[in-house]
Ligand binder design. Sequence first.
Ligand code: FAD
Length: 631
Amino acid sequence: MSETTRHNYDVVVIGAGGAGLRAAIEARQQGRKTAIISKSLFGKAHTVMAEGGAAAALGNVNANDSWQVHFRDTIRGGKFMNNPRMAELHAKEAPERILELEYWGALFDRTRDGRISQRNFGGHEYPRLAHVGDRTGLELIRTLQQRVVQLQQADAAELGHPEAMLRVFAETTVTELLTDGSGRIAGAFGYVRETGEFCVFEAPAVILATGGIGKSFKVTSNSWEYTGDGHALALRAGAALINMEFVQFHPTGMVWPPSVKGILVTESVRGDGGVLRNSEGERFMFGYVPDVFRDQYAETEEEADGWYADPANHRRPPELLPRDEVARAINNEVKEGRGSPHGGVFLDVSTRMPAEEIMRRLPSMHHQFKELADVDITAGPMEVGPTCHYVMGGVEVDADTGAARVPGLFAAGEVAGGMHGSNRLGGNSLSDLLVFGRRCGIGAARYLDGLGGDRPRPSDADVARLAEEAAAPLRRDTGENPYQLHQELQQTMNDLVGIIRRGPEMEQALEALEKLRERVATVRAEGGTAYNPGWHLALDLRNMLAVSEAVARSALAREESRGGHTRDDFPAMSAQWRRTVLAASLRGGRVELDRRPLDTLRPDLLALFDRAELTKYLTEEELPPAEGADS
Ligand code: FAD
């Protein structure tokens, strides 16, 4: 078996998407020797795939925008389940983070008067998404990578080596976190994908920035590396995962051909005027505006169409409802037999604007449909349907520092929970990962300050055990194929814990997961440790199982429907349930749930909402006194 190499850092950041890079930049700027570890190639992360943009209340296109309006939209989108402090910090700091990116070299699309342009997106009251065509994530990652290189060049000049303070370990997968005898983080253990070499990163502070969990579901916009590793690493290190029942099914993924099913069709298509129709040609979203949003959305096509040119005097088109609403509506249209030929609905932007304009605003979408489905979106509609896209649930963290409950562990970006409540608004992820990535970098540096000379160390015995465990699937003579087990896991989650959930089906899912757990414990991979995707998947399966169990248990426990959690057997939202956050932890190898109270909204934040709106979400005792009422 391969040797184990050792590295020593102050801060180890696991993940090189937007959250990881921003955290690492900050940790390095705080003077900490920092490693960035990434399972995929450097530059290949979900962040790079983000199309629509980053939400920030810059007010460039509509001067009425402000952090307060952004905060209000975010809380509404999350159906009042968001951690209020996170939503406040996010809304306040997002503009600064976008301007900082521009300062570091990001080239955003511009308004006519030369400011950063902003586009409309579902659930955002004003045009708010800073963007670069439909390739915003690419520019974000390019800029952050450039900043990494800039810092490395400064280190080369000052310290004689570009990697003296900041080094990237690409194609390196972390399989476990290391702790010391008292449960403090002491580093991370993993392997280099190409060579199979094991490696230990000793570090008192670890920042998780590993992104999402989509690969636990069959139809997903997520790519191969999103196996919930960070979520599972946190669980096994003793941290809790909150809100895991809230999984976002994006309303518009490709549905055909089968090989590309699930690939994202950006919300910008609807933001830029795309309309949804069923097989009868009906613009069906008008029939799906829920009461809580009734006042804010148009009731006729005429009113909806008028909004694009004159938003001040028209209400928004219902295609721009938050994602959970649109996904459920599409699901229902298909279920009731009004779907498109390949089991979706039609999304059409070709009647809204000339072909050149579509090519300019949505170049990637045009290319994607032409190449993958032979459909020209400038001439006709696309077929789209829901796809598992994002997990609102994640590591329970302190809002200000990103610290998890395990000393030395931090989390930012999609792997962290709380910020988006029960449903994330489009564009709020890119700004989230910049805001909280930076905060984690600072949080980790302050944690190190507090340690003084008392640095936790991993034990040699733990390292040896982890090497044994990692190699175990390769040593077995018998055992099942990891691909088969993955297929079954994905099918279970898709069919039984998907977009519409029912109690008995989720119980069935938990039984199936239990059986899968026994089979995964003896999974077998053929070949050696050098670039061996079968072995990699065998190791990832354990993470997907833990995450799936956290999702299924939390979803079974929450007896209401809210955001990314729809119960057929409990279709209403419950003000009582809103006050409860479900926190999953690992006890004796099993996922168990604790109930925690959701932080309350401060009076000044509560005052941003009409009392009439609050009555739809809050219990009587939480409501502010009615005007004129005796206090
Ligand atoms: P990611 O960017 O997902 O990066 C995770 C990193 O962790 C990767 O480097 C990965 O290799 C690494 N990693 C994972 N596991 C391990 C491990 N075990 N060991 C080492 N490294 C590991 N959001 C928006 O706000 N606006 C948009 O327009 C938008 N469009 C999207 C389009 C698509 C197609 C998709 C899939 C998502 C989109 N999102 C959008 C969501 C958003 O892109 C993601 O939520 C966000 O980029 C997550 O960033 P992150 O930094 O948390 O993680």
